[in-house]
Design a protein around this ligand. Structure first.
Ligand SMILES: [Zn+2]
Length: 134
């Protein structure tokens, strides 16, 4: 299950590999789910750089989203804290350092329909698969 603990562990790993353990405290939380205007216009992550806070869409908990893509979203948001608020040249360069950069870009490209599928499916409901004990 890709829960908030999974992302916190991943944050520590990304800090080690890409930021030489210089990241410091960054808070992670789930974003309040809002149905996207259209399924292909999903916001997977938001960064509040001044507050060192990253909000992640609950859609990232879906099994249809591969681990490398969930990691890429987290890495992208961390770059907004470390490198730049904007998607400028320095940001783009840093983003390309991510080991699964190419796979992530292919996964999210509109032709593949992955973002659309995840956006259409909506968030996982807590307790939706609760088993009934008789
Ligand atoms: Zn961004």
């Amino acid at each position: 299950m890709r829960d908030l603990t999974w992302f916190e562990d991943s944050l520590a790993a990304l800090d080690r590999v890409y930021f030489h353990d210089t990241l410091g405290d960054v808070r992670l939380e789930w974003a309040r789910y809002r149905k996207p205007a259209s399924p292909e216009r999903v916001t997977f992550g938001l960064c509040y750089a001044d507050e060192r806070l990253v909000r992640l869409s609950r859609l990232l908990a879906r099994t249809e989203v591969p681990d490398f893509y969930a990691l890429f979203i987290l890495y992208h948001e961390l770059l907004h804290i470390v490198v730049s608020r904007e998607h400028d040249a320095a940001f783009d360069l840093a983003e390309r350092r991510f080991v699964h950069y190419t796979e992530a870009k292919v996964w999210e490209s509109p032709e593949n329909g992955n973002v659309w599928r995840v956006g259409s499916a909506g968030p996982l409901r807590r307790g939706a698969r609760r088993s009934v004990v008789k």
